[in-house]
Design a binder for this molecule. Sequence first.
Ligand SMILES: [Zn+2]
Length: 356
Amino acid sequence: MSSWAGAQRLAHLVANRAHDDLGVARERYPVDVYGALDAPEVRIMWRPTPRLLGIYLCEPGAEKGVLLNRELTRAARRHTAAHELGHNRFGHGTHLDREIDEYLDSAPAAGWPKVEKEAETFAAWFLMPPPAVRAALARLGLRTADSAMQVYQLSLRLGTPYRTTARHLGNMRHITHQQAAQWSRVRPERLKASLDKHASPPGSRACDVWLVDPASRDEHLVLSPGDRVAVELAAGARADTVAGGVTGNRISVPPWMSVVADSAAVSGCRRVVLDTADQVTPAVARVDVDDRVPWSFTVELRPPPALGLDPLTSAAFERQARDAEHRSAGGDQAGDETPEQTRVEIPAEISGRRMT
Ligand SMILES: [Zn+2]
């Protein structure tokens, strides 16, 4: 099987089977990919790995493991975890996944190795089973996505990369392939900037901007450090709000968030932008909005996972990974070596330790 269409069909079946085997409810989002990875005795290890998305380790006589780059965004971490789970479910061998842009920012190239097509399409179907996509769309008050912005907001709820989500909606026939191709070319940074254009630019555009409005009543948002929330109030909402910039008599803002923009005077529809600022520890709060009809939503700040290996072991592991990368890059590029043929020697201290 070599075509993307064939990989899609097979991956959909394999992902469904994985949901069943691992007890993943297909109508719930975001799909718990880390719980699923842990279930079949695959160790999860978190490290900052600048040149790698992740590594799937499957060596004879050793326990299976997945090393994930902690420095990725939430969506990219989840997608990489699902991709590595795909290698596991398809029975692939040890595999290094590098080049962040290759998977997340560019259209899938026709020349991908078969194992990569399998793992990549698996990741999309595993994280975005149709019932979960429909549930997330319904939560946004949508039957299908009509704009790049709606795809972006959907991707935040599903915990999936924006472009992967756009392409997957096309594969699901929720939107046409033409729309999917068109929207996947939109830079998410542009969408984010259009949501908080009345605020000072954030330190990094890797952080997300969640859009909530009265339809978001009771929604639970899982934020990462640096994320912003653009709260849109019903047209005609009272404009004398957010006294002191933190706690107003119209929007209650948790102490670990700050108001960075209030576009009441700028447009008819009022938008207040909240920033998670410097908050890096877990936190949960309810935000009450005293709109024409009062509503509220919940924000949960979830920092990246803790490092999963002790520094000594990690250094040894990274040396092995670097060596493997070096070997695969030198002289083999013109050949037909596929990434799954790259071998990594796993230090015994890694393969024998339970990661947290
Ligand atoms: Zn891979």
